[in-house]
Design a protein around this ligand. Structure first.
Ligand SMILES: C[S@@+](CC[C@H](N)C(=O)[O-])C[C@H]1O[C@@H](n2cnc3c(N)ncnc32)[C@H](O)[C@@H]1O
Length: 193
C-alpha cells in the first residue's frame, strides 16, 4: 500500500471532522525547480498553524519526507500530499461547503476581507500559485485576496495571510508531541530535547 503522506489521496472526509480545518494548496510543483520554494511554503503552513498542504503538479516523495521529518521533531499534526489534481481538490472542497481563498495580487486587499474570512466557520483552503495560475482558479475562489497589489512571493503571501488570520496568535501555538522545543532566549540557542 502507498504511503498516504507521499502521494495525493485527497480525502474528502477530511472535512467531516468537527474542528474547523485550514489547508493550503500550492499549484503545479516541479520537484527540481521548486524544491526550495515549495519546502518553505509547507514550512510556513505548518509553523503558522495550518492542518496540512496539498501540492498539484509532479509527485515528490523527498519534499514529503523533509516536511514529515520536521513534524516528527517539532511536533503537531501536519498532512502533506503531492501530485494532487488541483481542480479535484478545489471542487471537492467547495462541494463539502468549504471556502476557497485564492491569494493573488489581483484580488481584494486583505484588510478589507480578513474579518469576513475569519468570522466564517467554514473550512478553508488557501490557494497559492506557481509560475502560472489557471484562470478558472479565480472563478472557483470564494475570495480572491491580495497582499498588496504588487507582485512578490507565494511564501510571503501565505505568511502575511496567516498572521492576519490568526491576529498574531501563531506566536503562541503549542505543537503536541514535539521532540525538540525551542526556549526563547535573548542570547544563544536554548532547546529541550
Ligand atoms: C510568482 S507569483 C505568480 C503570479 C502570476 N503571474 C499570477 O498569475 O498570479 C506566484 C504566487 O505568489 C502569490 N502572490 C504573489 N504576489 C502576491 C500578492 N501581491 N498578493 C497575493 N498573492 C501574491 C500568488 O499566490 C501567486 O500565484
Amino acid at each position: 500500500m502507498e504511503d498516504r503522506s507521499t502521494h495525493c489521496t485527497f480525502d474528502s472526509n477530511l472535512l467531516n471532522k468537527s474542528k474547523q480545518k485550514l489547508f493550503a494548496l500550492r499549484l503545479e510543483h516541479r520537484p527540481h525547480r521548486d524544491m526550495r520554494a515549495s519546502t518553505h511554503i509547507a514550512l510556513v503552513a505548518r509553523a503558522f498553524g495550518m492542518d496540512g498542504i496539498f501540492f498539484s503538479g509532479v509527485p515528490d516523495t523527498r519534499l514529503c519526507e523533509r516536511i514529515n521529518n520536521v513534524t516528527k521533531n517539532f511536533g503537531g499534526d501536519f498532512l502533506i500530499e503531492t501530485g494532487c489534481d488541483w481542480k479535484k481538490v478545489i471542487k471537492s472542497w467547495l462541494r463539502q461547503d468549504g471556502e476557497v481563498i485564492h491569494l493573488t495580487m489581483y484580488g481584494l486587499p486583505l484588510p478589507e476581507v480578513i474579518d469576513k474570512i475569519r468570522n466564517s466557520s467554514k473550512d478553508k483552503l488557501v490557494v497559492v500559485g506557481g509560475p502560472k495560475v489557471p484562470p478558472e482558479v479565480y472563478s472557483f475562489a470564494t475570495h480572491n485576496v491580495s497582499i498588496t497589489n504588487q507582485p512578490h512571493s507565494e511564501i510571503a503571501a501565505l505568511a502575511v495571510f496567516l498572521d492576519h488570520y490568526y491576529e498574531g496568535r501563531e506566536f503562541y501555538f503549542e505543537f503536541k508531541n514535539a521532540k525538540i522545543r525551542i526556549i526563547p532566549s535573548k542570547n544563544g540557542k536554548r532547546i529541550t530535547v
